[in-house]
Design a protein around this ligand. Structure first.
Ligand code: SIN
Ligand code: FE2
Length: 195
């Protein structure tokens, strides 16, 4: 879809295992609606697993070692998640990916995500590995500029998108889960080396 944005169709095959792992994480660290630094609620619900978890509130976007809801460390990253992320990164040409953060986004109803870039991490030589589970959605790749024309692709369940190198700080967005009006839910796993 763009240089250094690699789509691995159907790569995340063990969907039932991944869904069960998401449920276990969410039992310990429930999905919640975060607020932007400007005080607006984000429509996708979020939780995390791994050593660091992405968080947003009036103090800004950042990574936290503990879940601010419970004060406890985020649930450990399931080994099947780490394995999936490392295999996908290697397939896209990143051999030494060691993610310490897995953000889990849940899109139900009208939830979607506007154009942004992933820029709260320390090391931009490490890629982003993004996994779609559940329902499909349209992913928009803007690249260097936040607005203008985007390349659109339909991300289906089990698809994995990897971006890095010159694309690492590219702008992107995602639409509503397909079938959301009748109850479909999309889950996205985003693996990053954050710390
Ligand atoms: C994100 O960019 O954080 C989420 C992308 C997605 O849900 O596919
Ligand atoms: Fe993102």
């Amino acid at each position: 879809m763009a240089p250094e944005v690699v789509l691995l169709r159907g790569f995340a095959v063990a969907t039932a295992e991944y869904a069960a792992a998401v449920d276990l994480v969410a039992a310990a660290a429930p999905f919640r609606q975060l607020q932007t630094p400007g005080g607006r609620p984000m429509s996708a619900a979020m939780t995390n697993c791994g050593a660091l978890g992405w968080h947003s509130d009036a103090r800004g976007y950042r990574y936290e070692p503990c879940d601010p809801l419970s004060g406890l460390p985020w649930p450990a990253m399931p080994s099947i998640f780490l394995d999936l992320a490392q295999r996908a990164a290697a397939e896209a040409g990143y051999r030494d990916f060691l993610p310490d953060a897995c953000l889990i986004n849940r899109y139900a109803g009208k939830a979607k995500m506007g154009a942004h870039r992933d820029a709260d991490e320390r090391d931009f030589s490490q890629p982003i590995v993004s996994v779609t589970l559940g329902a499909a959605a349209t992913f928009l790749w803007y690249g260097k500029l936040r607005s203008g024309s985007a390349v659109k692709i339909r991300l289906e369940p089990s698809d994995v998108l990897v971006w890095g190198g010159s694309a690492r700080r590219g702008y992107h967005a995602v639409g509503q889960a397909e079938g959301a009006a009748t109850g479909a839910v999309r889950i996205n796993l985003t693996f990053r080396k954050a710390g």
